[in-house]
Write a protein that binds this ligand. Structure first.
Ligand SMILES: [Zn+2]
Length: 473
């Protein structure tokens, strides 16, 4: 697999302490995509894994997306029905809403042992759908509050045409679509794709950059398994089912992983090593983002809703603290109280107002980076805690386990190690969670595994054929 071209240029090591480390994110727009393209495709091609995140114009009917209550006596049938209903809602959303930005974070292992070392390149691609689409006020407000620049998106977004049935049948392609080529390159990179709570993102990518979504969830899942042959890893699944974190929203997991990494460094234990590309040739489009910055404490009471869910209906008007580091500190303190009365040293938070770092117009890129960071850290953590990785500790915590399973009519989660998926060695400790996707509000993951009775969709087969044909040229 190694060839001379694949060797990355010498990159500055992460010599600064983690809290001072700035993450370079390349901003990609219609005006610079030609210049940035070679770097982007090279990064994708030589990745050990690729983390992805989308910014969407809306999600549609949330009640339908979360649907979970049926009263059939069969738990399995209830589960299947609610999953099918959700899929219908997701398809509707993916056909009427659009992707505003795509974040791609490429992680290449440069050393496995004794500690993993990665070379990381992160891109944020502004997108503009050629079709009409719905923008939801809630999504709009959220994006504007987080610095998303809609003027820039309209002026500078890389345009794409969402899939239609005609497009597949007639292979209609009016103008070149770089995003479809990028998606094809990701599929062909034959490396695992990392997402956070990724079911909806995967459905939007499928519909927007690949083919019309198939009619049922079971066909969609069969297609996904065939498309992502090196597996899909959902960091929320790892957090929920392997690590058993108190909260599982993206920023919480990111801050918690950063804290674990800082602690490991301080204790001289195995930890992650990162190096970042300088992107010398395309330097003018690189933003340096302070993802790891630490600041003072807010001094306010913790907002429990935000601390547990990463969301509070009062938003910025809430008088309590939305600081995630304070939430983690409080959770850690509570769990340690039961064991020892030892003092827990406080960790510092970043901003006194408890805001997320100013991710502005490159949020999808930053979120993709965070997702990759969480996965890489979990792999190190699980390697050091093999019983957790193998699920051998679950017997001991059976009280917690039964609580975990009760809400879905006592259906239980059995995550097995799937040895058929060619994971890179560094991600092997996460193997039990591979090809499992979280279903919001449910305690059972969706398994991305083709049923014996289901065939992949015809549109997917045609796309695969087309990709293979292009490849053999
Ligand atoms: Zn609040």
């Amino acid at each position: 697999m190694t060839d001379a071209a694949a060797v990355p240029p010498p990159a500055p090591k992460q010599t600064a302490s983690l809290s001072e480390t700035k993450v370079p994110v390349v901003q990609i727009m219609a005006s610079n995509i030609k210049e940035v393209w070679p770097s982007l495709i090279h990064s994708v091609k030589y990745s050990s894994f690729i983390a992805i995140d989308l910014e969407l114009s809306g999600l549609g009917d949330r009640k339908l997306l979360m649907k979970k209550h049926y009263t059939s006596t069969s738990a399995q049938r209830n589960f299947q029905r609610s999953v099918d209903d959700r899929y219908t809602a997701i398809v509707e959303a993916a056909k009427t809403r659009s992707v505003l930005a795509l974040g791609v974070s490429c992680w290449r292992v440069t050393r496995d042992e004794p500690e993993p070392e990665y070379y990381v390149q992160t891109y944020n691609i502004l997108l503009l759908s050629r079709d009409n689409y719905t923008v939801e006020p809630d999504a709009l407000q959220f994006l504007v509050e987080h610095g998303f620049d809609f003027n820039k998106q309209y002026k500078e977004g890389v345009s794409y045409t969402p899939s239609t049935e005609d497009m597949i049948v007639f292979k209609e392609k009016k103008s070149p679509e770089p995003i479809r080529d990028l998606f094809a390159a990701i599929l062909q990179a034959k490396c695992p794709v990392i997402t956070h709570n990724g079911l909806i993102d995967l459905a939007f990518m499928y519909q927007s950059f690949y083919a019309p979504l198939p009619p049922t969830m079971s066909i969609f899942v069969a297609d996904l398994q065939d498309m992502f042959k090196s597996g899909i890893l959902d960091t929320k699944c790892v957090a929920e089912f392997l690590i058993r974190e108190t909260a599982t929203y993206l920023e919480y997991l990111f801050r918690k992983s950063s804290k674990r990494m800082r602690d490991a460094v301080a204790a001289g234990k195995p930890h992650l090593n990162l190096s970042f590309s300088e992107h010398r040739a395309i330097k003018q489009w690189v933003n340096l983002v302070e993802c790891f910055a630490c600041g003072g404490s807010s001094g306010k009471d913790l907002c429990e809703t935000y601390a547990n869910h990463g969301y509070c209906k009062d938003g910025k008007k809430c008088s309590k603290s939305h600081d995630v580091d304070e939430a983690i500190n409080s959770h850690d303190h509570k769990s340690k109280k039961h064991k020892t009365e030892g003092k827990v040293p406080p960790i510092k938070s970043k901003h006194s107002n408890g805001d997320v770092v100013d991710t502005g117009c490159h949020r999808a890129g930053v979120d993709a980076f965070m997702t990759g960071f969480i996965a890489a850290n979990y792999a190190v953590y699980l390697k050091a805690h093999p019983k957790k990785a193998k699920g051998e500790e679950e017997q001991k915590t059976s009280s917690k386990k039964s609580h975990y399973h009760s809400r879905d009519n006592h259906m239980s989660v059995t995550l097995e190690e799937n040895r058929d998926i060619p994971l890179p060695l560094v991600l092997d400790p996460c193997r039990r969670a591979v090809n499992c996707l979280t279903l919001s509000g449910k305690n059972i993951p969706l398994k991305v595994m083709k049923s014996a009775f289901v065939k992949p969709s015809a549109a997917h087969m045609r796309q695969q054929h087309e990709l293979n044909r292009k490849n053999s040229k």
